[in-house]
Design a protein around this ligand. Sequence first.
Ligand code: HEM
Length: 483
Amino acid sequence: LPPGPRGLPVIGNARDVPKNFEWLTYDRWSREYDSDIIHLRMFGTTVIIINSMKAANELLNKRSSIYSDREHLVMTADLVGWDRDIGFMPYGDKWREHRRLFHQQFRPATVHTYHPKLLEEARKLLPRLLFQLGDFMQPLRTMTASMILGVTYGMELHTDNDPYVILAEKAVHSMAATGNMGSYAVDYLPWLRYLPSWAPGAGFKRQAAEWKELVVEIFERPFVSIKQAMSLGKAPPCILTTMLEELDPKKDNSDRETMICQVTGTAYNAGSDTPVSSLGTFILAMLLYPDVQRRAQKEMDRIMGCDRLPEFEDRGSLPYITAVMKETLRWHPVSPLVSYKLRADDEYGGYHFPAGSIVIGNAWAILHDKKRYLNPEMFDPTRFLRPDGELDNGVPDPVEAAFGFGRRICPGRHFAADLLWITMAHILATLNIQKAISEAGNVVEPSGEYTSGFISHPVPFKASFKPRSPASLDLIGSRSSLK
Ligand code: HEM
């Protein structure tokens, strides 16, 4: 086995692994043990942590057929009910069928047909950012939910307090809190699930029951509501109606309908939180690196002038904006760790990995590898550009690790990349992102801190959005509503 910290009998390294920001500790151990692969034992389970792209490529990408299973997380899957979600399904026929159905709706050729919806929502975001009162993340959450709910269920959201946005936020919180192996002891000690809910130490069961109600609702509520609308001939065309219309009415479709419900529900929850984290990182970077913001705005002005908003067709002429998006995904990956279960014994670099090991890809370490990215802690989009300002295809694309690996790689990545790009382009074209000023007149510095867990978000911070010019106000279409 690869090197790693010596553990204690029975519990192994359970006390060595910190509760938060494990990816930083894994990265440090990798340097201390001078090995890109390290090994831990957690209550008898072997855990292999991959900290370099080279090893990730050899194992997670090239040998994906044995590295694509998921560990069964008792808390997440059984107790909270996330087993409905493709991301938590074990490798096998059921996962394959769900993933195939999902892919048909989110492959590049299909995602292209969602561009009008992405544009419409990015444009609605601008006045909301301008008039937000202190919590700019809320309009970003509403926009992202509107995009994903719009294409999946044909829904229109009108306010920041839409029940579907709040539902997604709460449900996805339970995924972020439980989705990393070992966040709850019951993952390693499955018998704990049989503790009665009232027993001391069984707080996790009471919490799980509360979360499960939300998870069931996030999958079933929109599905049932659109199916009803469809039976009345009132459902707008969307992914769900497309899938339901393809069913053969002469057959019993109950299994197929369950699958469709799970696929669309997965899109709703997998797609409504992750881009919000990236957009939060983008805003943070624009506050901390004002020169980057100015250069991006200059590029927008050069291509767009001041009389129109960006379109997807402009992407080829806006390499710096694309570089800002790549750097956002690299600087703080949304999922710093991704984990798999090894299905068969394997060997690599003189090491033997037993079947059943948990294998963790440390995306954070890969995206902060000094050998691949100079000064990785700096937000520097120019690292992706050639001296002539065009994109440099020789620089490793953060997409390689930020969206996971192998057969499990995020199937929503094309949609996500389009969503992020068009949103960043719209904000940079029209608004100045500035540090907020407190009531006492002082500049409010963002802490730059992040939450830990399966999905990592910037800790809430304040920012102020001002129109770049009177022409920007016209473009935003909100001049009349300004005092
Ligand atoms: C910035 C945005 C996003 C990021 C950074 C992101 C990242 C990831 C990562 C790291 C994984 C795990 C991959 C692995 O295990 O190797 C994943 C899985 C997944 N993502 Fe995304 N994602 C994003 C947006 C989306 C969107 C918008 C959708 C839906 C439209 C989506 C759907 C999924 C699904 C269904 C899976 C599970 C795949 C499986 O287990 O087979 N993601 N994503």
